[in-house]
Design a protein around this ligand. Structure first.
Ligand code: ADP
Ligand code: MG
Length: 247
């Protein structure tokens, strides 16, 4: 059943790589406008989980119900229609180095949404301005700083006008002085009402911006709650240990 206002309902999600069972039945409900932070030690399956949500990894079983449609059991056509709504921002930006900022940002709207070049460029102007990168539209990614590249990749995602954006450690590849500019942009998006699921090691961001924090560890011991509960009153020993290392 879809809960009130929920946009995404994940139940019993499982994923193995060979004999390595990484996700052992993960549940998560996300309401529209919520920001969910996913924290946990390296290798515990955070990327696997978030990549399953938009089917970059094929789940073994479970349900991923996005606005009433179960993506796991949906046919190819339904999947690709539904996935237009779900954007993703990667740790390594994943921009095409041989294409300009403008070409990077306008590619998906033209290819996936069949938008005209003119319309795609108008949209790109809007979102590049929003992320403060419109002055670099004719540059190539290699001539930009990491923080600038990540802001371009966020603009690229916004150009598809998604309802939900998945972020997989968006600031982990950045030099420390560039982390802030990307986090503050993400905070702006959150304040504007974007629904976001963010895998992050930035505990300050999780605490301040997230509505809920989900902790996963290698054994899939999971604790979920409001940031205040998770950071000030962690219940499981595993979470207590994790926080003692990262805070
Ligand atoms: P995290 O993002 O929390 O660091 P991952 O989801 O990347 O963790 O990885 C979880 C586990 O799954 C690790 O043991 C990792 O080695 C394994 N894994 C991830 N991706 C693959 C893959 N494509 N093939 C095989 N094993 C993988
Ligand atoms: Mg990861």
């Amino acid at each position: 059943m879809e809960g009130e206002g929920s946009i995404l309902e994940v139940t019993g999600l499982e994923k193995s790589y060979g004999r390595n069972k990484v996700l052992k039945g993960v549940d998560l409900t996300v309401r529209k406008g919520e920001v969910i932070a996913i924290i946990g030690p390296s290798g515990c399956g955070k990327s696997t989980f978030i990549r399953c949500l938009n089917l970059l990894e094929e789940p073994d079983c479970g349900k991923i119900v996005y606005k009433g449609t179960d993506l796991v059991s949906a046919d190819k056509k339904t999947r690709s229609e539904t996935l237009k709504d779900i954007g993703m921002v990667f740790q390594q930006f994943n921009l095409f180095p041989h294409k300009t900022v403008m070409d990077n940002v306008t590619m998906a709207p033209q290819l996936v949404s069949k938008m005209s070049k003119e319309d795609a460029e108008a949209k790109a102007e809007k979102y590049l301005k929003l992320v403060g990168m419109d002055h670099k539209k004719n540059s190539y990614p290699t001539n930009l700083s990491g923080g600038q590249q990540q802001r371009v990749s966020i603009a690229r995602t916004l150009c598809m006008e998604p309802e939900l954006i998945l972020f997989d450690e968006p600031t982990s590849a950045l030099d420390p002085e560039m982390v802030g500019e990307v986090l503050s942009l993400m905070k702006e998006l959150a304040n504007d009402g974007m629904t976001m699921i963010v895998v992050t090691h930035e505990m300050g961001f999780a605490r301040e911006v997230a509505n809920r924090v989900m902790f996963i560890d290698e054994k899939n011991i999971k604790e979920e709650g409001k940031p205040k509960e998770i950071f000030e009153n962690p219940k499981s020993p595993r979470l207590q240990e994790f926080l003692s290392k990262v805070l």
